[in-house]
Design a protein around this ligand. Sequence first.
Ligand code: PLP
Length: 356
Amino acid sequence: MTYLDYQATTPLAPEARAAMLEWLGGPDSAGFGNPHSAHRMGRAAAAAIELARERVAMLCPSGGRVVFTGSATEAINLAIRGSGTGGTVAASAIEHAAVLDTAQALGTLHSIPVSNEGLADLTSPLPSDTRLVCMMQVNNEIGVVQDSAAWQARAREAGALFLSDAVQAAGKLAVVDADLIALSAHKLHGPKGIGALWVRDGVQLDPQITGGGQEQGLRSGTLSPALCAGFGVAAQLALERQAEDTAHVAALSARARSLFAGWTINGSATHRWPGNLNLRLDGLDVARLMSECRHVAFSAGSACASGSGRPSHVLRAIGLTDAQAKSSIRLGFGRYTTMESLEAAAKTLINAALQQ
Ligand code: PLP
């Protein structure tokens, strides 16, 4: 199996796995303490969490704190629901469902249009009562990189907070300045089941999960030291290997783009994370391609939307027809993808598509 779905999730780094094992202790080990207990085992677990918090904070600007959550979806909910009630939440039309559905559920969503390249329109007016601007750094479906600095400036001008969904960018691209930043461990070779919200000092949030008052009162519930430790090591590794990983992904991307030369790239060809290739071949039957190429793990549109039968809201927002959206595939690759496996998988997909 060749795994080409790095935007859906990434393989756990062996280093992160090793760090987690220490905190998955059984009865004969000291690694199962409750990090919120006052005894020695509890304090050791709490220290592991604080070390992880420092490591995750390295993915973010200075001047804020990391709040661990169960996922980036939960972090985004805390940011949107916890930062106020009245006022409008403005978000690009191609944000993740965690943003769009949450703002929609609150009845406050203002959709910022995007160009055919997938770039959010910086000239589009924001409602005067905008209280929060949400902009993803890198889009999960089409890989487009937004001008986050310009959006942060626009949020400031509007007197609004700025939420950066950095799930697909953290550890890969330069840190974006923001008031709130959402992160997910499993997109950067950490474990599933843990995310984080970085909160700038001075930004007030109301907790959305109440109880024991953990995470500075913002997110009650016993933390998993194992998940935190895995997230921390994955974050540290991403930063240490950033240059090497980026060069590797750039080489893979250049090769993939030459192999898929006859296909159209959805979204900007230049403002994009190179580890994402969303490609379209008019007339392609993606469901058939998937069943014929079972040894290649790739996605039709977004992994979140796939299976729903609905055309992707992102591909629609950049102006694709339903037929074009349905003839698009997403290939995602990264640190552990070898050039040989990518070439072989690409050839398999291209040959199968040609025979349709
Ligand atoms: N934001 C983006 C850009 C994503 O790609 C995802 C996951 O696909 C999320 C948010 C949600 O992350 P999680 O799986 O941690 O809830």
